[in-house]
Write a protein that binds this ligand. Sequence first.
Ligand code: ZN
Length: 298
Amino acid sequence: MPKLSDVIAALDGLWPADRAEQWDAVGLVCGDPDAEVGRVLFAVDPVREVAEEAIRIGADLLVTHHPLYLRGTTTVAATHFKGRVVHELIKHDIALHVAHTNADRADPGVSDALAAAVGLRVTGPLVPDPDDPAGRRGLGRVGELTVPLTLADFAARAARGLPRTATGLRVAGDPEREIRTVAVCGGSGDSLFDQVRAAGVDAYLTADLRHHPASEATQHGGPALIDAAHWATEWPWCEQAAAELDQISDRHGWSLRVHVSRQVTDPWTLHASVPPAPEVPPVPEPDSAPSSSSGAPN
Ligand SMILES: [Zn+2]
């Protein structure tokens, strides 16, 4: 069995920590580098349910996309849910490793997995990484459909391709609009509207779109918008990452058991759709005209 330090070195090879954003908090959160690793679990969020799943399946390493302590901390006391996660993991000898914006910018990265999940052929990054001469790394991806679809059909395909969440997808634009090219960005994507406009795509699929940027983009005749659950846009990366680690394990003869959590950890748990309006009864024909002599409107 490999040591945790061997597995982490392999993961750092896929997603080097120095490619993360300055504000990010990636890498090993807890774990003994000398501990042996036989089973690994990938998930989007380092939350209690996921830690419990790692314990249940006997994982030695949990790899999540989102950091546990993005803004740093002065305590890991179990009085807070994050400290509780740390306690539970350490108690069961489970390490926690985070690959966040370094996995976003990687090749393949989070948005490659998103593009593949909705049937796009990737043509390049939306925001290319200036340090990558091959022009494959960077934020977001631009892709194309092999056969053009209406916006309604592409949205339906995206809904089928992404994991199911309570809120589903929100779509902005004419449902009949023809879609050939699409920009995607896993996670919150409304800071990239300028780049999406410059890419000249027919649609933009991302998460966490806010009213004003979305409204301005559509008012400017920009692309159609598809807003999915944040968790759903990043979950496909877990499968992609697990497959990459599986290959590394095979190459080294590690025999790792690599799992992907299927728990929906999107915080939104219910979508209350507007019930259909009751049928308005027809206005009865007046028996004889005029019905009123007052002239007041009916
Ligand atoms: Zn995210």
